[in-house]
Design a protein around this ligand. Structure first.
Ligand SMILES: [Zn+2]
Length: 140
């Protein structure tokens, strides 16, 4: 069955799928809950940026996360995280994306922010805010 559409106008299920060999789909049981929250954050960050965003990594299966050396309690495995890249090149766009993530957090849409050289991790983890810089987890 083709996995058409997505949780919001600018975010497709295919973008949220795991990057494993089988492109494991975003879990059905979270599509009306976690994906909705995530998509709301995504759309807001995109709106603040003013340019489209690419999803480097969305949902990850447990096994795939282990295989790429992801964090043990990765929010990607929980279907609550996105690694985002600006669709336009340059440091200015990346800086704008970082600022947009900060603003989305101040609006209560996300709680986790990870700043990396080429992308920004955002997540909707339950509980406390979390922030970090640098290669705590690899890109995937
Ligand atoms: Zn991430």
């Amino acid at each position: 069955m083709p996995d058409l559409g997505g949780p919001s106008p600018n975010l497709a299920w295919s973008e949220l799928a795991c990057r494993d060999a089988g492109r494991t789909c975003y879990p059905i049981e979270w599509r009306s809950t976690r994906a909705v929250e995530l998509a709301k954050a995504f759309e807001r960050i995109r709106e603040i940026c003013g340019f489209p965003l690419l999803v480097n990594s969305g949902y990850r299966t447990f096994d795939y996360n282990v295989s790429i050396g992801g964090a043990a309690k990765s929010q990607h495995v929980e279907g609550r995280a996105l690694d985002l890249v600006p669709s336009v090149p340059g440091k200015k766009a990346l800086q704008k994306l970082r600022e947009a993530a900060g603003q989305a957090r101040s609006e209560g849409l996300i709680r986790g922010i990870g700043i990396y050289d080429g992308f920004v991790h955002v997540d909707t983890r339950p509980g406390k805010n979390a922030s970090w810089c640098g290669p705590r987890t690899p890109i995937a």
